[in-house]
Design a protein around this ligand. Sequence first.
Ligand code: DAT
Ligand code: MG
Length: 151
Amino acid sequence: DVSERTLIAVKPDGVQRRLVGQIIQRFEQRGFKLVGLKMLQVSEDLLSQHYCQLRMKPFYPSLQQYMTSGPVVAMVWEGHNVVQTSRMMVGHTNPVEAQTGTVRGDFGIHVSRNVVHASDSLEGAKREIQLWFQGKELLNWDCCDQTITCE
Ligand code: DAT
Ligand code: MG
């Protein structure tokens, strides 16, 4: 499905470390299409909805502290198999286990500062995109070379 979409977010540590450009570049050069992009300060409310399955975890308070500590760059990327492919590009949750060549494997060393978020399933992506973006913030646009890039 060429109109599959996922939510990718550069977390506060990624923004602070000036990694936004390199992360965007990886998704662009892979062939995905950027259809939404914004910088925002995440509220405790948005975060608890985003991580609704983690609210009871012992690390949630520190996760909340970190995720609301500074701006985040949220993006919606579109393309064939983008959910699964972007999880592979982002790498294992714990950077210690993330392969070199992945974002977390190249830029992270600790699970509590793992640089980037990527939706983990089609349903999760749908839910997260609706949570983070208004419909009018997402743009449908035709790529000039879409017959070559399999869009
Ligand atoms: P992912 O971000 O790979 O989808 P997740 O959804 O299980 O991983 O967890 C969300 C975030 O919570 C993760 O990116 C970092 C943080 N986290 C997960 N497990 C953790 C742990 N054991 N200690 C500290 N932070 C953790
Ligand atoms: Mg997750």
